[in-house]
Design a protein around this ligand. Structure first.
Ligand code: IMO
Ligand code: MG
Length: 419
């Protein structure tokens, strides 16, 4: 397949990076197209743990090219930190890491605004990662943002900063030392900036395989997610075209990543949330603590109503089902198959958070399994009830599950080709 997308289809943290890592094997180029360092993509390789926030996780393959598209918001200071810490571990960037000059710069003022909004008792608390993501995207849309390509021209950068300060009613002018600091950090990206739309389309035409690495999950999409409890970017597959300058007609295969259960960090409705010992058990067995903020994740059963909605909106071709091993030892595993809202049964995911918060989930109960499945590598060797669980999800979503993850390592993966 010349191009492929790996997209989180729930509320983020679906173990996308692990699936990207597995599929990157045959890819030539790995592309982030939205989000920023609010993402936390964890990979375990040779008993070492790597957490990526901005850099595509494909960077661990020494022969792959990694790209940040125009739709990504970049905190340049954080990106330098991330690059340096990877360089210390032997990763090289020269000639294989490129950034679109159109990508927006997350400024310290964006982080401040994010933190202030979260701390303001009178505002709806989103529970953001406080990385300045929302304010940065808002400024980009308001046309007052600073972009990566602006960091190389002092006069233009000064003018852009003056604009943004005025817009936010910051009294003092941007200081010379701050402008200098931004110019210095900008210089570090000299040689990394590239017109990504030309690059990706040329490479595609040359037969190279391109892999798009989604961040966050569809239910956090700024438009189709549980608004306003969402992130500020276009997370769904349409975001690839917008964020990379790559036609939707050229996205050949869309892999939707679904966890075997649901998790959510931050505030907002979560119909299948388990506020009990079962939820605690999933959190414990799944090690469900945020890799960006360390927050304990809220845990609940698989929600097939939400999952079907995101499979539709993304146009998911095939599914990667992750963290199936977490369910070993459960007697009963539940799947939400429909919602009851105000006494009415529906299979539609509501368009607003208020309705979503009123959902009474209706469950299908499936028998669990006791066996540890982390060592299993082929589908047929899975316990019968694990297969039944997989088949049920597959039927509910009407899409093939072609990848099943039974542990964090690259090898702990079951592939089902011919599905
Ligand atoms: P990965 O890529 C899970 C959530 C935050 C908050 C909301 C808005 O690791 O799956 P933001 O800082 O983006 O303005 O916060 O979105 N959120 C994520 N939740 N995984 C992520 O990324 C997330 N990135 C943002 O917790 O609820
Ligand atoms: Mg994460």
């Amino acid at each position: 397949m010349p191009s492929k997308a790996v997209l989180g289809c729930v509320w983020g943290d679906e173990a996308k990076a692990k699936i990207v890592d597995v599929l990157a094997d045959t890819a030539d180029i790995i592309v982030r197209f939205q989000g920023g360092n609010n993402a936390g993509h964890t990979i375990r390789l040779n008993n070492e743990r790597y957490v990526f926030h901005l850099i595509p996780s494909g960077i661990l393959y020494p022969d792959k090219i990694c790209v940040l598209g125009a739709g990504v918001v970049i905190d340049p200071f954080m990106l330098i930190d991330e690059m340096e810490s990877l360089e210390k571990r032997g990763v090289s960037f020269a000639g294989r890491f490129f950034i679109d000059p159109r990508a927006s710069v997350v400024l310290p003022l964006h982080r401040d605004l994010d933190g202030k909004a979260e701390a303001d008792e009178k505002q709806t608390k989103i529970g953001t990662t406080r990385r300045g993501i929302g304010p940065c995207y808002a400024d980009a849309v308001a046309r007052i943002g600073v972009r990566m390509g602006d960091l190389f021209d002092r006069d233009y950068l000064t003018q852009r900063l003056q604009n943004i300060y005025r817009y936010h009613q910051i009294e003092q002018a941007p200081s010379e030392s701050f402008i200098q600091e931004l110019m210095v950090v900008g210089q570090r990206f000299n040689g990394y900036l590239k017109q990504i739309p030309y690059f990706l389309n040329d490479q595609y035409e040359a037969g190279k395989e391109i892999l798009f690495e989604g961040a966050q999950g569809s239910l956090l999409d700024v438009t189709f997610g549980s608004y306003p409890f969402v992130t500020s970017s276009h997370v769904v597959s349409g975001g690839i075209a917008i964020g990379a300058g790559f036609s939707p007609k050229r996205i050949d295969n869309i892999v939707g990543v679904y966890k075997s259960y649901c998790t959510r960090v931050g505030a907002g409705p979560f119909p299948t949330e388990l506020d009990d010992a079962v939820g605690d058990r999933i959190r414990q067995q799944g090690n469900e603590y945020g890799s960006t903020t360390g927050r304990p994740r809220r845990c609940g059963w698989f929600d097939a109503v939400a999952a079907k909605f995101t499979a539709m909106v993304n146009g998911v071709d095939e599914i990667a089902l992750t963290l199936l091993d977490v369910f070993s030892g459960f007697d009963i595993i539940r799947i939400c198959t429909q919602y009851r809202i105000d006494g009415v049964i529906t299979r539609e995911f509501p368009s607003d958070a208020k309705k979503l918060s009123q959902v009474e989930p209706q469950y299908l109960d499936l028998p669990g399994w006791q066996e540890n499945i982390t060592g299993i590598r082929d589908y047929n060797s899975l316990p019968r009830n694990a297969k039944e669980y997989i088949n049920t999800v597959e039927q509910l979503l009407n899409r093939p599950i072609t990848i099943i993850s039974v542990g964090p390592d690259r090898e702990q993966t079951i592939r089902r080709s011919g599905k």
